[in-house]
Design a protein around this ligand. Structure first.
Ligand code: ATP
Length: 356
């Protein structure tokens, strides 16, 4: 059991590129922390720095009370699960799981107990004598996890472990990882660019953007109160709608591009221009159009359980997506009246992108 603490952790690569700009983070004992963000934001760099596979250029990383900046990966008491599994093809699955223990000087009997215990947790008992290439992708990933579990590390690090699996298997393995982590209670840091994976796995989510932690919080906090336009657009699928708005002179509402109004429940300077964010599920279709937002249908996607309606809004033809439960029929060009409520609307500064 362990905590991981980062104090102003920085990374500058030898070519001078600054990949991380001072990350502060405290990962609690047994907590499942997920680093999420677009390609190139620095998630893998951060994970590899915790693992010791990448040097740290500034600040410090601690595991419990010990500063590990200069501690070799093998001495950090962490285990890492990679995207490509990194299994030895010439060894059996048993051999792969036992390998790290042999190097650490455990007896044959101790190794056997640990490997068989991990295999039973992961339902790999019948596959131990086979080689990795005789297994499915999901089973291989479980062997990779087994190899990490047998070491009983203080910290688990996962680098996009599910990205080589097909969609259905990804969902199954996601549930397995969550279940396993909860049962074992091992402090875990997980990197993904998949926001559904991030939302479902994380106790705590860190949304990264260009080497900065843009927001840290529980998945629901981040979904309900995104701190910036970047976070708002990255978390949630389909993405939040963003519309240009202007605060009325009496500060009582925001006026949108079609002249419609949304009541304001906090005071912002009259005349200020801002970005209004509304999640696709937070628009409702109304019969009476007076005072509503008006939009024309561009396209419809029926997904069975829900329908996504893509609309053009106002004179500027701003894009709006509407998510409705069940199936619905609309014709292209049809005008719809939408409404939303003030407490479901997100307001962002137009220049800084910060939440208001
Ligand atoms: P992805 O999801 O694509 O793996 P990531 O968020 O994990 O992206 P990193 O691999 O951490 O991103 O890379 C962060 C930034 O650092 C990127 O802009 C990348 O090009 C740069 N980078 C990574 N490794 C090096 C290196 N060895 N030298 C210079 N720049 C690097």
């Amino acid at each position: 059991m362990a905590t991981v603490t980062l104090n102003q952790a920085e990374k500058t690569y030898p070519n001078g590129f600054k990949a991380l700009h001072g990350i502060d983070l405290e990962i609690g004992d047994g907590e499942f922390t997920v680093l999420v963000g677009p390609s190139g934001c620095g998630k893998s760099t951060l994970l590899r720095m915790i693992a010791g596979l990448e040097s740290i250029s500034g600040g410090e990383i601690k595991i419990d009370d010990r500063v590990v900046n200069n501690v070799a990966p093998a001495d950090r008491d962490i285990a890492m699960v990679f995207q490509n599994y990194a299994l030895y093809p010439h060894m059996t699955n048993y051999g792969n799981m036992a390998y790290g223990l042999k190097n650490r000087g455990y007896s044959k009997a101790e190794i056997d107990t640990k490997v068989r215990h991990a295999a039973s947790i992961l339902q790999l008992d019948d596959h131990l004598d086979r080689k990795p290439q005789q297994l499915s992708g999901g089973q291989r990933q479980r062997v990779a996890m087994g190899r990490a579990i047998v070491r009983e590390p203080k910290v688990f690090l996962f680098d996009e472990p599910l990205s080589n699996l097909d969609a259905k298997l990804r969902v199954d393995m996601r549930l397995e990882i969550k279940n396993l982590q909860q049962r074992l209670g091992i402090t875990s840091v997980y990197v993904t660019h998949d926001q559904v994976e991030a939302m479902t796995l994380a106790d705590r989510l860190i949304v990264m953007n260009a080497g900065i932690a843009e927001q840290i919080g529980s998945p629901i906090e981040i979904y309900e109160k995104p701190a910036s336009l970047f976070v708002a657009s990255f978390i949630g699928s389909p993405s939040m709608n963003f519309l240009d708005g202007k605060v009325s002179d009496d500060k009582s509402h925001v006026v949108l591009g079609d002249g419609s109004k949304i009541d304001l429940d906090h005071k912002i300077d009259g005349g200020r221009e801002l970005v209004v964010g509304v999640r696709p599920e937070h628009f409702t279709l109304i019969a009476d159009g007076s005072g509503a937002q008006r939009a024309r249908v561009r396209m419809i996607e029926s997904l069975g359980a829900e329908t996504l309606v893509y609309l053009e809004f106002g004179d500027k033809g701003e894009n709006v997506t509407l998510r409705m439960q069940g199936t619905h029929q609309f014709t292209k060009g049809q005008e719809l009246a939408l409404s939303t409520s003030a407490d479901l609307v997100h307001l962002f500064d137009k220049d800084s992108g910060k939440r208001l």
